[in-house]
Design a protein around this ligand. Structure first.
Ligand code: FAD
Length: 196
């Protein structure tokens, strides 16, 4: 998916730009930080979300009808969403070169409310199966009744532009390749989280 334009061009460490990995990162992520401006005040709020690489330019948020954030962004306001996968903590023999291994996406878009009930039901079932792999409506839980669907807002973000960035590998300090230098270095891995 190539949707990178000027606004999403990575200037710092451009070699870490991995836009082709964006669908996989969004499909694996669990928390989306959703940014928007209201009356010149920026807000960034955490949300669960749904993303399916088969529909690479759509990301879904949901919440209570009363959610001020969802109401605001679905009124056509510009929205910026960030998703991060933390892959490791990198420690170096030099203070400055402590770092993190990560894969992250920043995307820009606009949102609308999805009001069609069957579309909402299908989306929520897919979202549950994304977080709780293999969990099925009618087998593992009761399908959402109409009153639950109507009291829950579903918001579809159309992704207009995005980029992904990744840092991989060990510490890059000037003494990290020298086993006789002072201190220790390495990477604390964070894998197998929630069986993913
Ligand atoms: C991991 C995670 C997943 C979440 N998933 C969802 C989701 O899928 N759907 C959903 O509706 N909500 C979710 N939330 C809660 C969400 O972050 C908002 O609190 C909620 O949507 C209410 O939004 P609002 O605009 O009505 O908040 P308001 O209550 O109107 O916000 C008023 C102010 O309260 C503060 N505030 C709001 N939320 C938070 C917060 N989470 N942490 C600290 N301060 C806050 C901010 O300063 C904000 O400006 C999630 C939170 C977390 C941490």
């Amino acid at each position: 998916m190539e949707m990178t334009r000027e606004r999403s061009q990575i200037k710092r460490h451009p070699e870490r730009s991995v836009p082709a990995e964006a669908p996989e990162i969004l499909a694996q992520g669990l928390v989306a930080h959703v940014g928007f401006c209201r009356d010149e005040q920026p807000f960034v709020l955490p949300f669960s979300y749904h993303y399916d690489p088969a529909k690479p330019n759509k990301l879904y948020l949901h919440g209570a009808r009363a959610s001020r954030a969802l109401r605001h962004i679905s009124s056509g306001a510009a929205v910026c969403v960030s998703v991060t996968l933390l892959d490791g903590l990198v420690y170096s023999r030099s203070a400055k070169f402590h770092s993190m291994n990560y894969r992250s996406v920043v995307l820009f878009g606009t949102a609308r409310i999805v009001s069609e009930e069957s579309e909402k039901a299908m989306l929520f079932e897919k979202m549950i199966a994304r977080y709780f792999i293999g969990r099925k409506a009618g087998q593992d839980y009761e399908p959402a009744p109409s009153e639950h669907l109507s009291s829950t807002e579903l918001v579809e973000v159309t992704i207009e532009e995005l980029n992904a960035k990744a840092r991989r590998g060990g510490p890059k300090g000037p003494h990290d390749a020298d086993p006789d230098a002072l201190g220790t270095c390495g990477v604390l891995l964070r894998d197998g989280e929630f069986g993913r």
